[in-house]
Design a protein around this ligand. Sequence first.
Ligand code: HEM
Length: 484
Amino acid sequence: METNFTPFDNFDLKFCIAIFSSILLITGILKKIWEIRKLPPGPWGYPFIGHLTLLGTNPAETFIKMAIQYGDVFFIRMGKWPTIVLNSKEAIDEALIRMPEIFSDRPKFYSNNATNKIKGLVFGEYSQRLRLHRKIASGVLQEFATSKSAPTEYLVRKESDILIQTWMQSQDKEFNPIHDIEMTVAAVIYQLLFGSDINCHSDEMFIDMVKNLKTVNEGASAGNMIFVNMLQRFIMPSKVKQLLERLELNNKFAEKCISESLPSYDKNHERGIVDGLITAANKYAEKKLTVMELQGVRSTPLYGISLVLALIQPQQHYNGQFYNILGGRRATLQDQGRLPYVEATILEVMRHGTVAPLNIAHSTSSDVKLRNYEIKKGTVVFCNIYGIFKDQNIWTDPNTFRPDRFLSKNNTIIHERADIIATQFGVGRRRCIGDTLSKRELFLFITSIYQALETNLRSDPSYGRIINLNCKPTPYKIQVNPRY
Ligand code: HEM
């Protein structure tokens, strides 16, 4: 009986499959090599986790070291995420300023997607809707921050007076000031948002919110290692669960505050930023007012922490300027620009404290060519602001806290240096919308506290440590004396 199959035919099939698979494999490898060749240089990482475990406790510092070997644009992998790190002001400008349409997206990290309520301004994708919400939020914030009738000045004074009184009660003791400062800064932003006649210090929900913010800030900062890679959820499930609960609680809190504001909202009598947002949202027929516009509240405790840096300054500089320029009266916002040493201190607080050392991660919304490298859509972009602020080619003695580095011989601010510090609020189309407000607050806080109190440092903080990509000092103690 004749058959159509021979052993040779069988061999043929196997041979064809083997050849075909080899071609696929070789093409795959060649394609990968070709792609890698077109990427920026970078160190070798591990399969799956990439460079996650190689970044250490201070990723920004690690990036500075990597930049020495690989240049100011290099490539790593954060788990499954292809990532480029921009390590100089020039590289950041080339990407974020010259190609803003492509470099203004945010990575879809697990932390950003984990709760869809966090689809806000800070982590939202760079869409038409986000642009509109950003415009609305930034307009309202600007109005509140700069308008003469705005309560910023009144609120900062009110809250710093409470802080000063609290500290005066412990004047013979040494204490850690960080918690009080966090509460003060959060109280100001809370009242700016919801109205100034709220007594938040006795409000349980407010106190809980500040506690929550600390956990969220430590855990959910963009780029956080535990969230970048899905794998991490299985390694540290309890930490991730706790963080998600906190996130949820925060969002619930903000939503509750907003929904409580709505029934008593009166467009002719706006109580705070939230009312301003409701008015603006109505004007733009944008009905869905989410907590997204308020995400900036998160950053405020952080800069409260760096405010502490200012408290340990050589105080004779302040004394001289306060007496010579203000003649003993209390500083007001009108005095911004008249107290160069205070201004220089704020700039040095920003530089030395570097609240957001790697900015908030951006990502690319399409394939793009940066220098001669081919960067794929969805690549994470880290801007190493910390690296710029510690760059020895720009700053002599970058690890020392020295406000006078910003002052010229004539005691005026050196603007080229101040411009570099402006990058602390981000670069390009996703730049922080709370910068004016923050700078005003810092000015008022620093002047209020200094005019009332002499602060003595009793144990040294260390500022170099970075936890979860946020800079914060280790605990330390101060002791205060009244000035008058
Ligand atoms: C010293 C205080 C602050 C610092 C250092 C800071 C820093 C930053 C940084 C680095 C970004 C990311 C910029 C980028 O992606 O390029 C950002 C974004 C943002 N900040 Fe701030 N911020 C501060 C205070 C505030 C305050 C007080 C608010 C509002 C009340 C605020 C609201 C926002 C918002 C809404 C965004 C998201 C903008 C976007 O993604 O389009 N920030 N901030």
